[in-house]
Write a protein that binds this ligand. Structure first.
Ligand SMILES: Nc1ncnc2c1ncn2[C@@H]1O[C@H](COP(=O)(O)OP(=O)(O)OP(=O)(O)O)[C@@H](O)[C@H]1O
Length: 244
């Protein structure tokens, strides 16, 4: 009872920024990649989504990005029902989101500065602002000395830090990271997770899909565990091994 009252109280102070209501997705008839999942994430939370391969984690992220549509259920982001959002408004909606993937997805023929600046140019920031914001963001991820380097001249960890700077430069409400440490060694994985933690402490809501057991167990954040499309546990200060 006390927990329920606490929950209601928290919600009245800080309404959820991401709400999934009975969300299901089937790519093929009668096979649910995600099945009746309901989740509420409040502004400023740090949430891990874990689960074995094929459990539906990336499908959840893709639905949040509106890359794919749920077969049924509703998804609200920042109070808006994105399942009803018109196609032409999707790019504007995505400005609320910073996104990081396992494979970095940098522009190979542009240097580090331009890779991050690109995100600002898309939203038509004036070049004076870009000249100020991009170096500041690259300094935050510890890459001030690599502004002119090309992606091929960087290590995997450095490339992921560029991707993170690009995801953050427009000051998104939510940072979504799908396996951000999947291609990194333990040291670089920790560096990236520490940066995500720092960003979260400054107020950005962070949602991270990962297989990294050690990091999830050590960080003691909220952990949502998926199994075969079903949400099987949702623990505050959880660990990877709780349900796996
Ligand atoms: N485009 C698609 N067409 C058909 N089935 C798909 C498609 N994408 C994913 N699936 C299926 O949906 C299920 C969930 O896949 P999803 O990629 O969301 O899992 P995941 O938890 O992210 O896995 P991993 O950890 O391996 O990345 C799997 O059974 C997968 O085969």
């Amino acid at each position: 009872m006390k927990n329920e009252v606490d929950e209601l109280l928290k919600e009245s102070i800080e309404p959820p920024i991401i709400v999934l209501e009975n969300v299901s997705k089937s790519y093929q008839k009668d096979v649910d990649a995600v099945k009746d999942v309901s989740i509420k994430i409040r502004k400023g939370e740090f949430v891990f989504i874990v689960g074995s391969s094929g459990s539906g984690k990336s499908t959840l992220i893709k639905m949040l990005l509106k890359e794919i549509e749920p077969t049924s259920g509703k998804i609200f982001v920042n109070g808006r029902d994105i399942t009803r959002l018109r196609r032409r408004l999707v790019p504007k909606f995505r400005r609320n989101l910073g996104i990081v993937f396992q494979d970095f997805r940098l522009l190979k023929d542009r240097n580090v500065f331009e890779n991050v600046a690109f995100a600002q140019r898309v939203i038509e920031k004036p070049s004076r602002t870009i000249q100020r914001n991009v170096p500041a963001m690259l300094s935050l991820v510890g890459l001030s000395d690599k502004l002119n380097a090309f992606p091929r001249e960087l290590s995997g960890g450095e490339q992921q830090r560029v991707a993170l700077a690009r995801a953050l430069v427009n000051n998104p409400l939510i940072l979504l990271a799908d396996e951000p440490t999947g291609n990194l060694d333990p040291k670089n994985s920790w560096d990236i997770m520490s940066l995500l933690d720092e960003v979260n402490k400054k107020g950005t809501t962070v949602v991270v899909v990962t297989h990294n057991v050690e990091i999830v167990d050590a960080m003691q954040k909220r952990v949502i565990t998926m199994n075969k499309g079903i949400l099987v546990s949702d623990e505050q200060k959880g660990g990877y091994s709780n349900e796996n």
